[in-house]
Ligand binder design. Structure first.
Ligand code: NAG
Ligand code: NAG
Ligand code: NAG
Ligand code: NAG
Length: 489
């Protein structure tokens, strides 16, 4: 039903998109003074009502206003909140996740101790994001922002994450590196967020920005943190056949709202059994897959311009079933499937996965994005770079898997045990090959006589009616080889 509706809307939406005409005569200009907010007062948001607690780096709106005025003069009909900031911790991140373990005073102490207001950032471009708030109505609303980059703000988020985990928070509920910093400048209706399937990435850039009287700071490159592929994971290893790494003989399975690499489900059984030995009430998955994108990302993004058939075609052309991946660990995440709507502490469930890493599968996700862009898809409704691949193995409720939409992030800090790849293929004799010819003259065997217990001598061998033994030499070789095989098994 949804599928049909969304498909019908695709045509409407792409027609609207072509109306978007970024007819700016010049680049928007901004005073370089915006880059130093150390004299702008900290803006404290720690109200107890929902969405009242969050962290922002407060900026000087007077300096952003000319950008707004320029956009409003060019596009028209834009609104502004009359203030400017970079959100560092979003309201749902506090309300649904951090709040269970940290107070807003503790969060504020961390960010202020780390000089939030003087954290350097870089202005990347003018970005444009848009989304349809109601698929049934199909009207697309726009938001314009300055896309920024800041390693310092990511470091601050990592400090908050560390404090959250130290206080007992589940690592899967916060991803400090899932951070798309930006300065919202104006919008025609409302702002958009990741919960709306809107990603304010560098892919949404529509225009360069001129920085007047100065330039961007040079930022120190960021090291990987929660997404750094683990080289060593503590714990009792889970054993899995190394056959799982080659899915090329498993048939491709097409779904109507998602794209996956399908694996041989029977190979997950030992992992499930090992999990079930220590956790009761686990339910196994109905299929073993590595998702390339979620159905949420399809319905509120890709499907605006690409049919699932077209996507499956791309994936097959890229040999999705032969895509290679590496295994990181067995991981556990927990959360509530209605996070974002229910307060923290509503019934929580756990899910278990095998976390993987795959450039091949990531390239398929990127190729789908490229096709989506080529078909006129809005860059803001899919983030090709946000890819934490996994194989879901088990869950402890009937609600199934937990995903980013539930504020559950399958990053590598959710690993609970290593995986040991077991070679359970039939061992083959090794060494140089010398083929034994079987064309030598067959030597008729003498009829056996003197069988015990009066049984008649067999008139045929157990292998058929013709004699099986060839010349003396070759027969002994083949018998030895056969025996070697039998004992090796
Ligand atoms: C996909 O198929 C399932 C089962 O047939 C159905 O319930 C679901 O609504 C479909 N989803 C879409 C997006 O078509
Ligand atoms: C904001 O920028 C304006 C214009 O340059 C300046 O007059 C004002 O002092 C700045 N405010 C702060 C808090 O830096
Ligand atoms: C923020 O506001 C709260 C409540 O109004 C207050 O208790 C707290 O001390 C303030 N924190 C900072 C860092 O200003
Ligand atoms: C934006 O432009 C419209 C005209 O399109 C104007 O009526 C409105 O006042 C402007 N908004 C602001 C906040 O300046």
């Amino acid at each position: 039903m949804k599928y049909t509706l969304a498909t019908a809307l695709a045509a409407v939406v792409s027609a609207q998109l072509t109306q978007t005409d970024y007819n700016f005569k010049t680049n928007p200009q901004i005073d370089a003074a915006i880059l130093d907010s150390s004299n702008v007062p900290f803006s404290n948001h720690s109200a107890s009502f929902p969405f009242g607690s969050y962290v922002i780096q407060n900026l000087n709106f007077t300096l952003v206003k000319p950008v707004f005025d320029y956009l409003n003069a060019t596009i028209g009909g834009l609104k502004t909140r009359g203030e400017a900031h970079i959100t560092v911790i979003q309201p749902p991140e506090f309300d649904d996740t951090l709040k269970g373990f940290l107070t807003m005073d503790q969060v504020n102490k961390i960010v202020l101790d780390n000089n939030l207001q003087s954290t350097p950032f870089k202005i990347v471009c003018l970005g444009h994001s848009s989304q349809i708030d109601d698929l049934a109505v199909g009207v697309r609303h726009n938001v314009y922002n300055l896309i920024v980059e800041s390693t310092g703000l990511v470091q601050i988020r990592r400090k908050v994450y560390d404090a959250f985990v130290a206080a007992g928070g589940d690592p899967s509920n916060f991803n400090p590196d899932d951070f798309l910093p930006h300065i919202t400048v104006g919008y025609d209706e409302r702002d958009w967020f990741e919960a709306d399937n809107v990603y304010k990435t560098k892919h949404t850039c529509i225009k360069d920005i001129d920085i007047i009287g100065g330039k961007n700071p040079s930022l120190t490159p960021l090291d990987e943190y929660v997404e750094a592929f683990p080289t060593k994971v503590a714990g009792t290893p889970f054993k899995i056949s190394k056959k799982v790494l080659d899915a090329s003989n498993v048939p491709f399975t097409a779904y109507n709202d998602t794209l996956v690499q399908t694996l041989d489900k029977s190979l997950l059984a030992p992992v499930f059994a090992q999990l079930s030995a220590s956790v009761s009430g686990l339910k196994p998955v109905s299929s073993a897959v590595i998702p390339i994108f979620s159905s949420f990302e399809f319905i509120h993004g890709l499907n605006y311009v690409l049919s699932i058939d077209k996507i499956n075609e791309i994936a097959k052309k890229m040999n999705i079933q032969s895509a290679k991946f590496e295994i990181a660990c067995v991981a556990k995440q927990s959360g509530s499937t209605n996070t974002g709507k229910a307060p923290f502490g509503t019934p929580r469930h756990s899910v278990y996965d095998i976390l993987v890493k795959s450039d091949d599968l990531h390239n398929i996700r990127k190729a789908v994005y490229d096709a989506y862009l080529a078909a006129g898809g809005p860059p803001s409704n899919f983030n090709p770079d946000d890819f934490l691949p996994f194989i879901n193995v088990a869950f402890d409720s009937d609600l199934g898997d937990l995903l980013e939409r539930d504020l559950v992030f399958k990053h590598y800090k959710t690993c609970i045990a290593p995986v040991e790849l077991v070679d359970d293929s039939v061992p083959q004799p090794s060494g140089a090959v010398s083929t034994v010819p079987c064309t030598t003259t067959l030597v008729p065997q003498p009829k056996a006589t003197g069988y015990a217990n009066g049984y008649p001598a067999p008139t045929t061998t157990p292998y058929g009616s013709k004699p099986v033994y060839a010349s003396a030499v070759s027969s002994s070789v083949s018998v030895l080889a056969a025996m070697a095989m039998v004992f090796a098994l």
